[in-house]
Structures are given as structure tokens and as C-alpha cells.
Design a protein around this ligand. Structure first.
Ligand SMILES: C[S@@+](CC[C@H](N)C(=O)[O-])C[C@H]1O[C@@H](n2cnc3c(N)ncnc32)[C@H](O)[C@@H]1O
Length: 283
């Protein structure tokens, strides 16, 4: 946490606040992530979770036997659902959990322990890494007792839309991956952009989350902007961009991944075309 606080100063000077800052206070994020509150959900209580369960057959085939490397755990509901898909077939789930906030890591470890209590047949083997994605070393995601055949990089919950560059996740993963490794991303599409913008803008909880380093008065001056050319929702504090969430078409994500040598295996949109689960192989 100390290091994150120190980074904030230089980020403010650079006039650009990075996503790791928004999740410093776990409770602020958890308050925004339950029920129908999250702007990522359209038409149901958890678009990505329900979609993931609807795609379970494809996902079981694509993910089974892999070492899961989670980039961001957060609430962990979808990440756990993905582990469930795998243990139903194989009874073993192996993973590396990467998150800057230890509260989210501990919550996810508790979830794994709960699952293990439910069914003694299932084994969950994990490493938890409290680090920035940007600083992650290959050794941290290479447990030497792994029984899995290659890695599966996973980034859910539209986290890929929070980076500065739209293809940043592929830059990070390409540095860490071997040929044949797989990847799964889950994100919100740009289909409902104006509605989603209004949901962010009108909920004061988002000001509290992204302005967690500001006073209550300062938070009132945060301005929301809809950037249509880049399908992004942005928040500005003066001339500092303190938040962004970019929405994508699956074609855009496919093209961005291909530039880094990741070939699409499948893209599945939910029935409302609001969320997409997209799978890739490193070639
Ligand atoms: C938007 S949440 C998504 C996670 C989960 N799918 C969810 O729905 O809650 C992003 C998560 O990634 C973590 N995170 C964001 N940026 C990070 C970074 N640069 N390095 C490490 N962790 C980061 C946050 O702490 C948070 O737990």
C-alpha cells in the first residue's frame, strides 16, 4: 500500500491515475459490485457470471488442464465460477492469483477453501502474488510443482478496459507467455455506451472509489466525459485523468491481440451483446 501511495504523487504529476489506485480501499469497490449496482450489468444481476455459466462447455474444454493466472481477482465471483467449471471435469484446479490489494487475494483464498470443504474430491492449489501486473516476474507465475500443461492467462470484469493503451494486456502477457499458452478475457462491449456512461456518472459511489485520495469537496469537482471515438468513459479531476473504462467490439480485441501474436479461438457474446468472453492461443 505504501508503494501505491508513493506512486500516486508521480501519477498526479503525470496527470494520469492508474487503475491500481482505484482499488486501494477494498470496501469502496465491494459496495459497487453487488446486486444490480455495477454498470457492467445490463438486464440481469451479473452479466459476466451468467454468461460464463452459459458458456461452461466451451470454457471447460478450453481451460481444462491449465495453470490459471488471474490478472486481478477483485470480488472473485467470476474467477471462482471458472474454477468450478474446471473442477467439475478434473477435480484439480491450479492457479496463480495476482492482485495489488491483499484483501481481494485473501477473499479469494477463503472462497477456494470453502469449495474444498464442499467436496473433498476437489483440490485447489494456488500461489497468491501481491504485485502490480506491470512488475510481475515470470518466476512468480511458474510454480515448479505444477501438474498443469501450460498457462491460461485470465482477465475478467472489463479490467482490460482500464489500461492506458487499449492493447496493454497483450503487451504484459506476451512478456510472460510461452508459445501455446492460452488467454481468456471478459469485458463489456460498447453497445450500451451512453447508458453505461450515465450509470457511472450518476452514482456517487464511483466518485468515492476513484477519488479515494480526494476530500469530499474535491470529489464534487470530478467531471465525467464520454469519449465516443474511443468508446471510453473518463473521469477528470481538473486536468488529471483519474479514471477510464474503455468498451470494445470483439473485432477490436481480436485485432489488438493478433498484433502481439495471440490468435482468437472463440468469441462469445451474451444474448444482449453486452459482455464478451474471448479466448486466444499464443502462436
Ligand atoms: C475491475 S476488478 C476486476 C476483478 C474481478 N473480475 C471483479 O469483477 O471484481 C480489477 C482487479 O484488479 C486489481 N488491479 C487493478 N489494476 C492492477 C494492477 N495494475 N496491478 C495489480 N492489480 C491490479 C484490482 O485490485 C482489482 O482487484
Amino acid at each position: 500500500m505504501h508503494e501505491i501511495n508513493e506512486r500516486l504523487g508521480s501519477e498526479l504529476q503525470r496527470k494520469y491515475v492508474t487503475p491500481a489506485q482505484w482499488f486501494r480501499v477494498a470496501d469502496l469497490y465491494l459496495k459497487l459490485s453487488h446486486g444490480n449496482i455495477s454498470p457492467i450489468n445490463i438486464g440481469n444481476v451479473h452479466s459476466e457470471l451468467l454468461h460464463l455459466q452459459n458458456c461452461s462447455r466451451d470454457l471447460a474444454e478450453f481451460c481444462s488442464g491449465r495453470l490459471f493466472v488471474y490478472f486481478g481477482v477483485g470480488v472473485g465471483d467470476t474467477e471462482m465460477a471458472l474454477a468450478d467449471v474446471v473442477t467439475q471435469a478434473r477435480h484439480l484446479w491450479e492457479g496463480v492469483l495476482v492482485d495489488i490489494n491483499p484483501v481481494f487475494l485473501k477473499m479469494f483464498i477463503r472462497s477456494l477453501e470453502n469449495r474444498a470443504l464442499e467436496d473433498g474430491q476437489n483440490r485447489f492449489s494456488y500461489v497468491a502474488v501481491q504485485d502490480l501486473f506491470e512488475d510481475l516476474k515470470k518466476t512468480a507465475i511458474s510454480p515448479n510443482n505444477s501438474q498443469s500443461n501450460g498457462r491460461l492467462f485470465v482477465c475478467l470484469g472489463s479490467t482490460i478496459g482500464n489500461f492506458e493503451a487499449s492493447d496493454e494486456i497483450w503487451t504484459l502477457w506476451t512478456r510472460l507467455a510461452e508459445k501455446g499458452d492460452r488467454a481468456l478475457v471478459g469485458y463489456q462491449t460498447n453497445k450500451y455506451l451512453p447508458i453505461v456512461f450515465e450509470k457511472y456518472r450518476s452514482h456517487s459511489g464511483y466518485r468515492a472509489l476513484i477519488g479515494n485520495f480526494l476530500s469530499a469537496e474535491e470529489r464534487q469537482t470530478i467531471e465525467w466525459k464520454l469519449n465516443r471515438p474511443s468508446s471510453s468513459i473518463e473521469a477528470w479531476y481538473g486536468d488529471v485523468q483519474i479514471f477510464r473504462t474503455r468498451k470494445f467490439t470483439h473485432e477490436e480485441v481480436k485485432i489488438g491481440a493478433a498484433r502481439h501474436g495471440w490468435t482468437e479461438e472463440f468469441a462469445r457474446l451474451d444474448s444482449r451483446e453486452n459482455v464478451c468472453l474471448q479466448a486466444f492461443v499464443k502462436t
